[in-house]
Design a protein around this ligand. Structure first.
Ligand SMILES: *Cc1c(COP(=O)(O)O)cnc(C)c1O
Length: 414
């Protein structure tokens, strides 16, 4: 109940049954003839996820291992659709340089993608963020124009629906209209926060993910599926086939018919594929839309309760609270007056980094960290259906008690 590190959720028990059954039957969900039932269950799972978050349910999509892979699939669909030449055949060399736009808060999958898929990490334009750590659309627009003038080819913009550090949600509707006006692919990384669009009270910014050309979500985060389960949704299903399909003669399949069979090997990077859809499908069947609304809403409410409880304690400085993430740092009373001075800031960074280790060693709760404007802060992310109000209200006294011990130890050592 007190595990709030990274974005690693408690796994739904029914998902364990799903993985057990999947391993028992062991279907290969690469080709329809090998796994007709599993393929249809995966198709239904993708459709249900789209319906859950308000994405067009006639989209294409498939399940992958996690958020990184789900984002890679969107990236590859964009690369093929918007390069302007046959990039699958000719690669990236020798043509006008491709450009990718993402905020400075974007997850590192974007670097891995630019690197692995031939663009190189220098192709990424890191767009600064505003005071709430959201992509600054004015700066985005200026950079796109500048790159066009310099002869580069803007390819895609990544919007984040729930950043890893602070849960920030980029202004997705505005980014969508910039992409429309300038003919860029719009990809949303909703690995963490995407499914929060199920909430009737979700912000217009978050609901803007429905405007994207592709969206990555991570069922092994807020849908509580056991690891591994990611999912890519692509507005136009043909873009997946365009990006991934090869049809070798040794697969004698019925590709062309009025109702063609779904063969996932030609819609994503994998060939042999496991039946990871079953655990996600069972979770959706078990609790349904209302169950996820309740659980996700609870986590967000608990993060707010934690934020207020910590803020009420005199020895903490608060940073952000978005979705189910709260960030704060321990500031011993004796240092509160000199906060902001370089010497105190250096001490607080060291103190909070050491404190994180002490929290882990205590076994009492589990937090991780973020770095915000050069400040090392503690971070709780609640994707845990076992967390209760009492758990989050215990945070300030535990962390302040451990903080005082660490502060004293560092004082003696220095
Ligand atoms: C978790 C996360 C990822 C990476 O997903 P994995 O499942 O760890 O591969 C990417 N982007 C965001 C915003 C995430 O929260």
């Amino acid at each position: 109940p007190r595990f709030w590190g990274y974005i690693t959720s408690s796994a739904a028990p029914i998902g364990a049954l799903g993985d057990f059954l999947a391993a028992t039957v062991n279907p290969n969900v690469g080709g329809w003839p090998l796994s007709p039932m599993a393929t249809e269950i995966e198709r239904q799972t993708v459709k249900w996820i789209a319906e859950l978050i308000g994405y067009p349910s006639d989209c294409g999509g498939l399940l992958v291992s996690g958020g990184n892979m789900a984002n890679f699939v969107g990236f590859l669909a964009a690369r093929k659709a918007r390069a302007g030449w046959d990039i699958r055949a000719h690669g990236t060399a020798g043509d006008s340089p491709l450009r990718v736009y993402a905020s400075e808060e974007t997850h590192t999958w974007s670097q891995k993608a630019a690197d692995l898929f031939g663009l190189g990490t220098d192709s990424i334009r890191w767009i600064p963020t505003d005071g709430r750590l959201r992509l600054d659309t004015g700066k985005l627009l200026a950079q796109i124009k500048k790159d066009r003038q310099a002869g580069a080819r803007p390819l895609l913009v990544v919007g984040t629906a729930g950043s890893v550090s602070s849960g920030a949600i980029d202004p997705l509707p505005e980014i969508a209209s910039i992409c429309r006006d300038h003919e860029l692919w719009f990809h949303v990384d909703g690995a963490y926060g995407g499914v929060a669009a199920v909430l009737p009270e979700a912000s217009a910014d978050l609901r803007g993910l429905r405007l994207a050309d592709s969206v990555a979500v991570d069922p092994h985060k807020w849908l509580y599926a056991p690891i591994e389960a990611g999912c890519t949704l692509v507005r136009n299903p043909a873009h997946l086939l365009d990006a991934f399909s090869y049809r070798p003669p040794y697969y004698h399949l019925k590709y062309e018919s009025a109702d063609p069979e779904t063969n996932y090997f030609e819609q994503g990077p994998q060939n042999t594929r496991g039946f990871r859809a079953l655990k996600v499908w069972l979770g959706l069947k078990q609790v349904g839309r209302q169950g996820y609304v309740t659980m996700i809403r609870d986590d967000i409410r608990l993060a707010g309760d934690m934020h207020r409880a910590v803020a009420a304690h005199p020895e903490f400085e608060m940073f952000h609270q978005e979705l189910s993430i709260s960030t704060f740092r321990y500031v011993p009373r004796r240092l509160s007056a000199t906060r902001g001075e370089p010497e105190t800031e250096a001490w607080l960074n060291r103190l909070n980094a050491e404190l994180l280790g002490a929290i882990h060693a205590s076994g009492e709760l589990y937090l991780t960290n973020a770095v915000i404007d050069g400040r090392f802060v503690l971070r709780a992310c609640i994707v845990n259906f076992r967390t209760s109000r009492a758990d989050v209200e215990a945070v300030p006294s535990i962390v302040a008690r451990l903080g005082a011990v660490v502060d004293e130890r560092l004082g003696r050592e220095s």
